[in-house]
Design a protein. Structure first.
Length: 68
C-alpha cells in the first residue's frame, strides 16, 4: 500500500505542477489553449487524488474485515 501511495502522490504532484506551469504560461501569453490544458491537468490531478483516497478507504475496510 505504501508503494501505491507514493506512485499516486507522485502522479498528483506531477499533474498539479504541470497545471500550475500551464496556468502561468496562460497568464504570461494570454493564449486560451493553455488555460484549457491547465484545467484538464487540474481535473486529472483531482481525479487521481480522489482515486487514491477511495482505494485507501476501501483497502482499510477490506483489511478490517479480513482481520476481524
Amino acid at each position: 500500500m505504501v508503494v501505491f501511495a507514493w506512485v499516486m502522490g507522485s502522479i498528483v504532484a506531477l499533474m498539479g505542477g504541470i497545471s500550475l506551469v500551464s496556468f502561468a504560461i496562460f497568464i504570461g501569453t494570454g493564449i486560451d489553449l493553455w488555460l484549457k490544458r491547465a484545467r484538464g491537468f487540474r481535473r486529472f490531478a483531482f481525479a487521481a487524488m480522489l482515486f487514491w483516497f477511495n482505494v485507501w478507504i476501501w483497502g482499510t475496510v477490506v483489511m478490517v474485515l479480513i482481520n476481524w
